[in-house]
Design a protein around this ligand. Structure first.
Ligand code: FAD
Length: 378
């Protein structure tokens, strides 16, 4: 395993597992604090949208599948209250980055409708992602449909792009599996504790899944670095309320602090962590890219078919986070004229998805220590 850690994560990057672990040690405390902030801990979504693909009417009976929503306006953090009022007037997309003020829905990698109508507010910190008991045929059907989106119709041999798309999905699956193993229900203690056994079965015994998880960390981090270096964060309005201007400056400075270690690291290596331009280089690239965008868009819709509300919440958040990262990497090209829109929910999803990946990388190392300790004791 020690040798494995010195290998590069993927052929598309020169970065090793060990280097990501070290970088994450620096980044972890900052992102952990950021997602505890009243702004980033709230997610607004339609949790009860009907599944658009099949009708099986299933639902999850476990208490741990439930989500506690914030039903009273007074219970929302102050920074969210103006938006909750404005919601009545339909104010939702707050970050129109387009110079010509036109909307660019054709560039979305996520179904954003679920953030516009019949939405509820959820405190993510009060509803942590953990083992819920959701499984069997129901979750298997969802994962199968997600992996099936990996089939492309057109184009050149598409190996590079197809592999990349598969790795993103597998890395997301590995990250979700790591979280539920990390907070696994110990039935004797009736408490949530790390389960090394669950981790090894689901992730630890599959080096390819660990590699895909680390690749996702690199891809999402690269999208955040791109937003920072293109100056996009400076153009974002986190709220419309002037009472929170200072808070907004604080967030912008937190992003700089968060990303600084990664920027310094890439400068010291004199190479980019992940070069998105290596993808979609062939003649028919536009068609392949469009297929990837549509497939990812569908995956965010498949989330409406997840029967366990808690899993649906975190599934929706993370697929939206990855979709946003892909939109930033593949559609944001021109530093002078931003050609994409970013909604508040996409930014919150992106930041929280990076936190989830950072937590996963930390957990992989924790499980490695547990494993070493178990071997020593044998
Ligand atoms: P699954 O994880 O269901 O995997 C199915 C099959 O996929 C495996 O047999 C294997 O062949 C393959 N596979 C597994 N991992 C990978 C990988 N990383 N890369 C490639 N192939 C892989 N459960 C919770 O307890 N808490 C949650 O928060 C939660 N969130 C979920 C969110 C979504 C969107 C979905 C679809 C499910 C979620 N679940 C959650 C359920 C959980 O992911 C598992 O499906 C469930 O625990 C049953 O696990 P399993 O052992 O049958 O394998």
């Amino acid at each position: 395993y020690e040798t494995f850690l010195n290998h590069t994560v993927d052929e598309s990057t020169g970065v090793t597992f060990n280097e990501i672990n070290q970088l994450n040690n620096e980044i972890r405390p900052i992102i952990k604090n950021l997602v505890q902030e009243n702004f980033f801990r709230i997610f607004r979504l339609n949790l009860f949208k009907e599944c658009p693909f099949w009708n099986d009417g299933g639902f999850c009976m476990h208490r741990s599948c439930a989500v506690d929503t914030i039903d009273d306006w007074n219970d929302l953090p102050e920074i969210w209250q103006p938006e909750a009022l404005g919601k009545l007037e339909g104010s939702t997309l707050v970050n129109n980055l387009n110079d010509d003020n036109s909307t660019n829905y054709d560039k979305d990698y996520c179904d954003l409708d679920g953030f516009l109508y019949d939405t509820v507010y959820v405190d993510l910190v009060a509803n942590p992602e953990r083992f819920t008991g959701y499984g069997g045929d129901q979750s298997w059907q969802i994962w199968k449909s997600i992996y099936n989106e990996n089939c492309f119709n057109l184009g050149h041999d598409q190996c590079l792009e197809k592999n990349f798309f598969y790795k993103i999905i597998s890395g997301m699956h590995a990250s979700i599996s790591t979280h539920l193993s990390n907070e696994y229900l110990n039935k004797q203690l009736m408490d949530y504790k790390p389960s090394l056994e669950q981790f090894m079965i689901r992730v630890g015994n599959h080096p390819d899944r660990i590699a895909n998880l680390y690749l996702n960390y690199i891809v999402v981090l690269k999208s955040l670095i791109k937003l920072e270096t293109y100056g996009v964060f400076d153009h974002l309005n986190f709220t419309d309320d002037s009472n929170f201007v200072e808070k907004e400056c604080e967030f912008k400075s937190s992003f700089r602090t968060l990303l600084n270690p990664a920027v310094e690291f890439t400068n010291s290596k004199n190479q980019c962590m992940f070069e998105e331009d290596v993808l979609f280089k062939e003649d028919d690239s536009l068609i392949v890219k469009e297929e990837i965008r549509e497939n990812f868009y569908n995956i965010t819709r498949i989330m409406d078919c997840v029967h366990c509300d808690r899993c649906r919440l975190w599934g929706k958040l993370q697929t939206t986070g990855y979709g946003t990262a892909l939109k930033v990497l593949f559609e944001l090209k021109d530093k002078e004229h931003f050609q994409i829109n970013l909604s508040k929910m996409e930014i919150i999803a992106l930041v929280n998805t990076f936190d989830r990946l950072s937590k996963s990388v930390e957990s992989v190392m924790m499980f490695k220590n547990m494993y070493d300790e178990a071997i020593r004791r044998e």
